[in-house]
Design a protein around this ligand. Structure first.
Ligand code: FEO
Length: 395
């Protein structure tokens, strides 16, 4: 169960092959995941994080097979969310007097979730450090709102490992543990999906935090996140990629997203896609029915896009509920530097395009006023509006 990471550092986490969703059912998981916990055995023996609550008994039993639990000098809790702190209660039943190092908000959150504990908690802040023997120490770096208020990273000198917790992670079970052993296409797809759906709302903080970590001039040989592959091959590649992703990222892609009742709005979506192809063959065009695709994957496509077109028919004086939910989630992710246009069919009252436009503006998109609003089914006259709409979306 123990996996070697570097020198006296081992992975002692849980490989969650069966995981299908995360954060309840809010995040789809296609390639398994892992909750990474780490054991450091230097002059001091240190456990960094635990695993998700359902796996707490396996975690403690497995850890017992690896080490006499009483040998653990202290525990670092980088983050209170239960996928990392969820085995602490079970573990502390065995070693109730073991000190725990974490941020003040971390213990507050842990006790909020699991009840008041009488643990020997030592709160830390950025720059605090602990000697772990053999000339090495742990330095703590608060990662406030990346992605919870209590989040923290821990840096180990000597081996130059940044235990980054959620930052730089992916929901991806990598049997071989390391980024150079992972399937590169899956690794990067999952890293982006994770960034978009979990980290992106805090993108301005990512930029600041990376600048702060860089200013500490700490050599980084390994970035060991709390989910997915450990970055040992060129670990700074994920840091540099985060810098890019956090800065109003876009690719030369336009995505058309819609839902439809009787096919009219779908026809407009297809025509818009065709027109983008015609006007700009080098632009990647993708079309998705919002109701039929995974919302986290769709958000990743929006993230890559420089512009989107969103369509819904009018239904009960509103847009379809699938599109309402999609737009609400999209707003929460706080995308920047993207254009948007609206389209849709109607039979009588016809509010959908206006509602879509308002919601797209509200979600931070630069609205292209051109739109297609079709009575019943789109006509040639309606389609004739598409070239100008596309021209302005691409401009
Ligand atoms: Fe992986 Fe915020 O927990």
């Amino acid at each position: 169960m123990r996996r070697h990471v570097k020198n006296n550092v081992s992975w002692v986490g849980y490989m969650d092959w069966e995981l299908e969703t995360f954060h309840g059912d809010d995040y789809s998981v296609d390639n398994g995941s892992s909750q990474n916990a780490y054991l450091i055995e230097e002059g001091k023996t240190v456990l960094i994080d635990t695993v998700w609550t359902p796996h707490r008994k396996d975690f403690v039993e497995n850890l017992k097979k690896e080490i006499d639990l009483n040998k653990i000098d202290f525990i670092v809790a980088n983050h209170a969310e239960c996928d990392h702190s969820g085995s602490l209660v079970e573990l502390m039943k065995e070693i109730p007097n073991t000190p725990i190092y974490c941020t003040p908000l971390c213990i507050k959150s842990i006790e909020g979730q699991f009840g008041k504990q009488n643990w020997d908690v030592h709160t830390v802040k950025t720059g605090d450090s602990i000697d772990i023997g053999n000339g090495k120490k742990l330095i703590f770096v608060e990662m406030r709102m990346l992605h919870w208020p209590d989040s923290m990273a821990t840096y180990m000198t000597g081996d130059n490992i940044l235990f980054s917790n959620d930052a730089f992670g992916q929901h991806y079970a990598v049997a071989e543990l390391f980024n150079d052993k992972a399937d590169q296409a899956i690794l990067w797809r999952e890293a982006m999906k994770y960034f978009v759906n979990i980290i992106h709302p805090f993108a301005p903080l990512v930029t600041k935090k990376i600048a702060e970590i860089k200013s500490l001039n700490l050599p980084i040989d390994i970035i060991a996140p709390s989910h997915g592959a450990i970055w040992r091959d060129n670990p700074m590649q994920i840091v540099e990629t985060y810098e890019k992703w956090a800065n109003a990222y876009q690719e030369n892609q336009v995505t058309v997203l819609y839902d439809t009742m009787w096919g009219g709005t779908e026809k407009i979506a297809h025509k818009i896609a065709e027109e983008i192809e015609t006007q700009s063959p080098e632009t990647v065009v993708k079309v998705f029915n919002i109701a039929k695709k995974d919302k986290n994957d769709l958000m990743t496509e929006v993230f890559k896009s420089k512009a989107i077109a969103v369509g819904s028919p009018t239904a009960i004086n509103d847009i379809l509920s699938t599109v309402t939910g999609f737009l609400a989630f999209m707003k929460s992710l706080k995308f920047k530097n993207k254009k948007a246009a609206a389209f849709g069919c109607y039979g009588w009252s016809g509010e959908s395009v206006k509602i879509l436009q308002e919601k797209l503006k509200d979600a931070g998109f630069a609205l292209v006023e051109d739109n297609v609003k079709s009575l019943w089914n789109p006509t040639d006259e309606d389609f004739a509006k598409i070239p100008e709409l596309v021209k302005n979306l691409l401009a």
